[in-house]
Write a protein that binds this ligand. Structure first.
Ligand SMILES: NC(=O)c1ccc[n+]([C@@H]2O[C@H](COP(=O)([O-])OP(=O)(O)OC[C@H]3O[C@@H](n4cnc5c(N)ncnc54)[C@H](OP(=O)(O)O)[C@@H]3O)[C@@H](O)[C@H]2O)c1
Length: 328
């Protein structure tokens, strides 16, 4: 089978296709999945270039990618048919999911072995052409849940500023903040993405056209907001601290974000950590079914163009998700 591997840390070109990779076997608690599409995340390029904490101790050559959509082929020796059926994961079922935090294997391969706990079935009503959205849902969605619920604890009446409202995680942060009861949500992004941010239910602030700090101050009559969710971090984290109301919280997403500028000023700050689990994946399914999580896929690349996809990913201006068509 075809599989993307890299044998050293470096730029996008370290990613190569191995055309005759051995097919994996499903271990305990695992199923074999024939992958249709795989979602890309900034974490992928940070692992590939060695800058992520997750690159430490990674055995090379390594696979790439964390989330995907596909079809269950079979199960490991300890999962019988009845057990699989009770979880809705019978062979032939279309599933989506992401590798658990401790699982370093990639997903950009024609067939993968993955823990059954890290998968959930996709509704039968979903048409084939919508599968790319489901490939990009698990990681962004579990991150958004961890951000809104666990890290920020957004409640009824909170006012919220989101940096990067049209990015992969941002497109789910906006509806989830509103679902949690936020009274009003503002989201930064380039002017080209303002309409998308508005469609998702937030007030856009075009950081490439206006002074975003000034715009937020004016919009809140100088009060600021209760919560800042910062998917960008680099140039936005410290200036955002001035825009928080007393008792407010700032949540930067990059795992290596330095929280000390906030803590030194007595401001609450937290980095979200993904909590895997079927209940959370099922919550994402409900949100997709009801149309409240309209995650957008901006580009689909064939497997052989993985390096080009990483180049786009690294620019840091992805709208919605980038997805790899593993069958193309
Ligand atoms: N802690 C965790 O468990 C966890 C999980 C997932 C992701 N993450 C991290 O979260 C971050 C975001 O991930 P993602 O998948 O959403 O990334 P993404 O899809 O690449 O989106 C990046 C976003 O940043 C915005 N942006 C770029 N420059 C900006 C600026 N100067 N001001 C405001 N926004 C700006 C972009 O908007 P424009 O195009 O409009 O500029 C885009 O919306 C990454 O660092 C990722 O590693 C952490």
């Amino acid at each position: 089978m075809r599989e993307i591997l890299f044998d050293r840390f470096g730029g996008p070109d370290v990613l190569t296709i191995r055309p005759e990779s051995p097919r994996p076997e499903a271990g305990e608690g695992e199923v074999l999945v024939e992958v249709a599409y795989a979602g890309l995340n900034p974490l992928d390029h940070k692992i590939r270039d060695g800058s992520s904490g997750r690159a430490e101790g990674l055995e090379l050559p390594a696979g790439t990618g964390r989330e995907m959509v596909g079809t269950v082929l079979s199960a490991g020796p300890d999962l019988d048919e009845a057990e699989l059926a009770s979880r809705g994961l019978a062979p032939g079922t279309r599933v989506f999911g992401m590798r658990g935090p401790q699982d370093q294997r990639g997903v950009m391969a024609e067939v993968i072995a993955i823990s059954a706990d890290d998968l959930a079935p996709i509704p039968d009503s979903v048409p084939e052409e919508n599968l790319p959205c489901w490939a990009g849902l698990a990681l962004a969605g579990l991150t958004a849940i961890a951000t809104v619920r666990d890290a920020a604890g957004i409640r009824e009446g909170h006012t919220v500023l989101i940096h990067g409202g049209s990015g992969g995680v941002g497109q789910l942060l906006i509806p989830m903040a509103l679902e949690a009861g936020a009274a009003r949500v503002w989201a930064t992004g380039r002017a080209a993405n303002a309409e998308r941010i508005r469609e998702l239910g937030a007030d856009p602030i075009a950081y490439d056209e206006v002074d975003w700090q000034q715009a937020l101050r004016e919009a809140t009559d100088g009060e600021g907001v209760d919560v800042v969710l910062d998917t960008h971090y680099f140039s936005t984290f410290e200036p955002s601290l001035e825009l928080l109301r007393p008792g407010g919280i700032v949540v930067p997403l990059p795992s290596l974000a330095d929280l000390s500028p906030a803590r030194d000023r007595g401001i609450r700050a937290a980095i979200p950590a993904i909590v895997p689990g079927r209940d959370r994946l099922d919550h994402l399914v409900q949100g997709m079914r009801s149309g409240i999580y309209p995650l957008e896929v901006s580009q689909v690349f064939p497997l052989a163009q993985i390096a080009d996809a990483h180049r786009v990913l690294e620019e840091g201006h992805t709208r919605g998700k980038l997805v790899i068509d593993v069958r193309a």
